[in-house]
Design a protein around this ligand. Sequence first.
Ligand code: FAD
Length: 319
Amino acid sequence: MTDVLVLADHADGAVRSSTLELLALAGGLGEPTAVVFLDGGDDIAAVLEELARHGATAIRTVTTAGRRSHAAIGKAEALARIALEAPPVAVLIGSGDDGTDIAARLAVKLESGLITDAVGARIDADGQLLLTQQALAAAYTVTSQVTRGIPVVTVKPGAVAAEPFPAELRIDPLEPDYSALATATTVLGRTPRESTGRPDLGEASVVVSGGRGLGAAENFALVEALADRLGGAVGASRAAVDAGWYPHAHQVGQTGRAVSPEIYLAVGISGAIQHRAGMQTSRTIVAVNKDPEAPIFDLVDYGVVGDLFTVLPVLTTLI
Ligand code: FAD
């Protein structure tokens, strides 16, 4: 079986759920090989064990170009070197700003085709790798193929379910000779974002989003209370973000983040196509809206027609 390279993302000694999803996808295509960059600081033993528990049949541990360098350049260089040693079926990378940056650089280095934001992958009867993407606000599902080089693919978080699939822990370290370009920029400082204690929007299994129906910034406290009760993240529609009620980093939709949690709860959101583009692949969709004709109700698994100021406190208390 041919390898499938998976760029493993980890933080605070834990593998990100999006990486576990990539391993599950890779397992259906070939033998998953995880590539782990030793960014320093993390409990790497726990990371490696978790990767093996989720089907990584081999793990390449790679020293980085240095904590003060621009990570994407070095990571693309190292991935290119590994991919050229033994060409894999594909290189899978999580979608997102960093993933897209690395994937684009890697595709250029390999002179390969790049497919972004895939939601599925399979090998057809002729042994060809086929990828599915969603287009035009997810109104269409597109099947694509890379016709040149080693396919480089970014995969949307939440598109595939992570599955435990124990493999033997097999580690193969790599210390690349990075080019001068990989250290050509210097990071002068890093300031962590103030933690809300809530999970990241793209990683959360529950997202509670608020829209214009909330009427004012302070009413997002109702959304936050429900999200906290469910251990979820807080999202917002563009109308709420444009009104200055919630930061843009929380916007869900075509010009915001794409999320695919187990449960998406839309509160006071009408369900415009641009909002749906960022959440309609969620597994279970729930909406609270006082207008029974709101388009969001065409999409939901469960809908509550009612005033959110009545429904939300009751729901939060009951949960
Ligand atoms: P509205 O459409 O005004 O809906 C508010 C809803 O709240 C209504 O359905 C109303 O019945 C309900 N409501 C009001 N009061 C209550 C109450 N007390 N209790 C219960 N329900 C109540 N939008 C996004 O969200 N994300 C994007 O990324 C995005 N990108 C865009 C990109 C482009 C190029 C364009 C043109 C638009 C984009 N939009 C995006 C905007 C989008 O078209 C909608 O305008 C926006 O999603 C509407 O937000 P909303 O549902 O919060 O507001």
